[in-house]
Design a protein around this ligand. Structure first.
Ligand SMILES: Cc1cc2nc3c(=O)[nH]c(=O)nc-3n(C[C@H](O)[C@H](O)[C@H](O)COP(=O)(O)O)c2cc1C
Length: 308
């Protein structure tokens, strides 16, 4: 039996359960310049984080290599939501995959405004990145405060009828508390997890390596920690049938299967794209083989099937 790879997440149908993650695939256009890149090999592409106004991002250096991973502090460099919707999306939206907006803001109102702009665009869904500092509330990260996280999701929910994905931060004491708050506020899906906060130091100069001093750690280094977070989020998401897009260090079909077993309905690949831009095709081929070997007709059969 030939398995189908198609998945439907909260009403959003994707050709397969593999997404390219925000910040690791630009605005999709960059991929058209990669020899052999096949848009049909990815279920969806999450666009670079977008704010209301254009942002130049943080001072360089913005990335640093770490054992089995990388640190980044890009600072949400982007051309602003209007430009993405008016100038970029018309050029890419006919490519044979789906696009998901990734939005950020420094106030609740800004999140809602950016969502309103994307509401009138061909994106399949809106992913809310709640790991940005909230300047109005004194620098508390939206994603680490259940009340603020809920406010953002409620405001965005009112601003758009697109399916909503809330992207959870792992830099919290108990991710389930935030997951519960955003589910109650109307998110349709969850992304778990964003990067882990970290830093790097130059022992010659005695200075921090990143211009921003601290950054987000991603790649295989975070995989075991991310798996545990997805497993925890699944505990609160499953009773509400809220799909999880699992992510954090995925670099093979085996990694993808592991994330699905702990509760993900789809998976995302980010950092691995920087050294292997064609990795999506490999992961999808490997996932298909895995399903065939086990006589499973759809990747959804793996979701939450961890044997404990
Ligand atoms: C260079 C870089 C830029 C990123 N930019 C964003 C962003 O704009 N919005 C966002 O929600 N996540 C962003 N992320 C986080 C990724 O989308 C992803 O959640 C995280 O890196 C974990 O997956 P990975 O280990 O496969 O990279 C970025 C990650 C990297 C490495």
């Amino acid at each position: 039996m030939e398995p189908t790879l198609q998945v439907t997440l909260a009403g959003m149908t994707l050709a397969n359960p593999l997404l390219l993650l925000s910040g690791c695939a630009g605005f999709g256009e960059e991929l058209t310049r990669i020899d052999g890149f096949d848009f049909t090999s990815v279920g969806a592409i999450c666009l670079k984080g977008t704010t209301l106004n254009p942002k130049e991002g943080n001072p360089p250096p913005r990335v640093a290599e770490t054992p089995a991973g990388m640190l980044n502090a890009i600072g949400l460099q982007n051309p602003g939501a209007r430009h993405v919707v008016d100038a970029i999306l018309p050029r890419i939206h006919n490519l044979p995959t789906r696009f998901i907006a990734n939005i950020a803001g420094s106030t609740v109102e800004e999140y809602a405004e950016v969502a309103r702009i994307f509401d009138n665009s061909p994106v399949a869904a809106i992913e809310i990145n709640i790991s940005c500092p909230n300047v109005k509330e004194g620098g508390v990260a939206f994603g680490s405060d259940a009340i603020m996280a809920a406010r953002v999701v409620q405001a965005v929910r009112q601003a758009t009828s697109k399916p909503l994905i809330t992207k959870l931060s792992p830099n919290v004491t108990d991710i389930r508390i935030i997951a519960r708050a955003v589910i109650d506020s109307g998110t349709n899906m969850l992304s778990a997890v964003n990067t882990y906060m970290g830093m790097a130091v130059d022992w010659h100069s005695g200075e921090p390596i990143l211009g921003n001093v601290q950054g987000g750690l991603s790649g295989p280094a975070i995989k075991p920690a991310a798996l545990l977070q997805v497993w925890r989020v699944h505990e609160v998401a499953a009773p509400h049938a809220i799909p999880i897009i699992g992510q954090g260090g995925i670099a093979s079909a085996r990694d993808a299967v592991e994330f699905m077993l702990v509760g993900a309905s789809a998976v995302g690949v980010g950092t691995a794209l920087f050294h292997k831009p064609l990795i999506a095709g490999e992961i999808i081929a490997g996932l298909k083989d895995y399903l065939v070997t086990r006589g499973l007709d759809n990747p959804s059969r793996l979701t939450g099937r961890l044997k404990t």
